[in-house]
Ligand binder design. Structure first.
Ligand code: GLY
Length: 601
């Protein structure tokens, strides 16, 4: 206990713990269907206002887990880990201990923002041509559902590190609410059923995934209860023995065995390539403390995640470009035009320059400099679009006045729908923005037999071949972390948090976070309005993706090209209202809508 010193905020959580009882249900494998004392899903609303702390996630059980921790004296970090662990049960296709993520934390005592890079890592045997032997990329679906794309998971190490540095609960205490949900079960909703159905063909090919997610051979019906006692046992073991049992113990042994020889049904015809991960790769994994990115924006400080995520650098560069226009005074078409142009420019630079900073030289300070933003901003015209694809700029510190626009090869990046974001705040003013993932919805599709969790396919976030004329910063390499787009973001005014947001959505995460910030900070929307507003995602690709309600007509007249897409992102966030009050807000509709709660409404 001594490592927490005498900070009462921390002691309180330890003394009182998390009083959620673990139900002793006799179970042997995942089952669905009505069970005795079937759980009722907690109430779900997308917005809540009150005091004592706040939690917003995509899922009511996860939000409730976080709120229960706050109610019992835990802090925002404890609540974030508890909610994330619950998401591993109820959102297993988006996040879990088989994946990774980025944890951004505002510490109210020091008024500083810290981050943990819990990104998955390539095994030591990975080479630049692993996904493209002889220069020919393997079919993308074959890379997704394979052992080859499984990176060393970072999520357990992230939870342990966050709790050790800033939490008040032990890992065992923080996992307790999730163990309860896994053991007792959760009520299947339409989104879960649909995501299961979308994955049914590949889950069916892996007996462990089939048994867990396709009870009776079918996606579970809406309203039935899905339990995951294997995951409850896995969490219990990690809680009792620490993450060593995962990285250097029996869970790790099972994980590596599964990656090496994916347990495919012998009757399946699917090509499932074995992976390269070894027990030494697992044992070598570290969650890394990294300095956050920071840009000033209209008198605020916007903190984000540094590389290997491109979230902080790309959102930050685009904000620096946008700050040169008074968006609030422009008509809506001009404001959105500038948002799309800034996003396209920042993506051109992201694609060319951002990768794992421990393996490639990322000119981060220059990408986030005002001089570079000025150079990029002067390419924007009010009457037309910069010709696509936009060439990357030169973040070399020698800022030229308005260089001529050039064009480059397209590299839109894959968007994906998976990943999840949660945001927590506590009564002391600490805030967490945490985005985590297993990459594709359903990850690799491969469940570790007997352990109850899916493995990621995060290494498909590498480029398979050089997209940048010999300068691709995101090719695979031994021990390298693939570039991410995750963008957990915390905004401060005079050193105090006013807003924290994030989203799932692959490369669209960046544009979703950027657009939400612009909506809230420039365009006069409330946070719930900013989250709900129709989105467009411009990533220097063939066309700008746009949701049906996004106002495209005036923008098309300026030269923007749009491709329709049903939905983009699913933001959660919190906003400080002053005097200890918080607004918690979650996506109201997309992906079935999320859940926002406060401790004292
Ligand atoms: N796997 C999604 C991302 O890292 O951006």
């Amino acid at each position: 206990m001594s490592r927490f010193g005498s900070d009462p905020r921390r002691r309180r959580g330890l003394v009182r713990g998390v009083g959620v009882a673990v139900l002793a249900l006799a179970t042997c494998g995942a089952v669905t269907g009505p069970v005795a004392a079937a759980p009722k899903p907690p109430d779900k609303q997308p917005t809540a206002i009150g005091s004592g702390g706040a939690v917003a996630t995509v899922d009511p059980d996860a939000t409730q887990a976080g709120i229960d921790v706050l109610r019992r004296g835990g802090n925002a970090v404890d609540a974030a880990v508890a909610a994330a662990a619950a998401l591993g049960v109820t959102e297993p296709y988006s996040a879990g201990i088989g994946g990774g993520g980025f944890f951004v934390y505002y510490d109210a005592r020091t008024r500083r923002v810290h981050t943990i890079d819990g990104r998955e890592t390539a095994p030591a045997a990975m080479q630049s041509d692993t996904f493209a032997p002889g220069g020919v990329p393997i079919p993308f679906p074959e890379a997704v559902t394979s052992g080859l794309s499984v990176g060393v998971p970072g999520t357990p190490a992230t939870w342990e590190r966050a709790l050790r540095l800033w939490g008040s609960l032990s890992l065992s205490q923080a996992l307790r609410p999730a163990i309860t949900v896994a053991q007792r079960g959760f009520v299947v909703d339409a989104t879960f059923r649909q995501q299961t159905a979308d994955n049914a063909a590949r889950f069916a090919d892996f007996p462990a995934s089939r048994a867990l997610f396709l009870p009776g051979g079918q996606p579970p019906a809406v309203g039935t209860v899905l339990r995951n006692p294997d995951l409850a046992a896995t969490y219990r073991l990690i809680g009792q023995r620490g993450t060593g049992v995962f990285y250097d113990g029996e869970i790790g042994t099972d994980l590596v065995k599964t990656v090496h020889a994916p347990p495919v049904d012998p009757a399946a015809t699917r090509v499932v390539r074995p992976g390269l991960m070894t027990e030494a790769d697992l044992a070598a994994y570290r969650a890394i403390d990294r300095a956050p990115t920071r840009v000033g924006y209209r008198g605020l400080d916007v903190f984000g995640m540094a590389p290997p995520s491109s979230g902080g650098s790309t959102v930050g560069e685009a904000l620096n470009i946008l700050e040169r226009s008074d968006l609030g005074s422009l008509d809506r078409t001009q404001a959105l035009h500038r948002y799309l142009e800034a996003s396209g420019l920042a993506f051109a630079d992201r694609n060319r320059y951002v990768g794992d900073p421990d393996r490639v030289n990322v000119p981060l300070a220059q990408l986030l400099s005002e001089g570079f933003a000025g150079e990029r901003a002067c390419l924007i015209s009010p009457t037309s679009t910069v010709a696509r694809p936009i060439a990357p700029g030169s973040p070399d510190g020698a800022h030229a006045p308005c260089p001529p626009a050039a064009t480059a090869a397209r590299d839109a990046g894959r968007e994906g729908l998976s990943t999840t974001h949660l945001t927590t705040a506590d009564r002391w003013g600490n805030v967490v923005a945490y985005t985590l993932t297993i990459e594709q919805t359903g990850g690799s599709g491969i469940t570790v037999p007997g352990r109850g969790f899916l493995l990621n396919n995060e290494l498909t976030d590498f480029n398979f071949t050089d997209t940048q004329g010999g300068n691709d910063p995101n090719l695979p390499a031994p021990g390298k972390r693939p570039r991410s787009s995750m963008a957990p973001t915390i905004v401060l005014r005079h050193g105090k948090p006013i807003l924290a947001v994030g989203s799932p959505g692959g490369a669209t995460i960046i544009t979703t976070v950027l657009q939400t910030l612009v909506n809230r900070l420039d365009l006069g929307m409330t946070l719930p309005e900013a989250i709900a507003a129709a989105r467009a995602s411009e990533r220097n690709g063939a066309a700008t993706q746009a949701e049906p309600a996004f106002p495209t007509a005036g923008l098309a007249a300026l030269g923007h090209t749009f491709a329709p897409v049903a939905e983009i992102g699913a933001v959660t966030g919190v906003e400080a209202l002053g005097h200890g009050r918080w607004l918690a807000a979650a996506e109201p509709v997309r992906r079935g809508g999320g859940s926002a709660k406060v401790v004292r409404p």
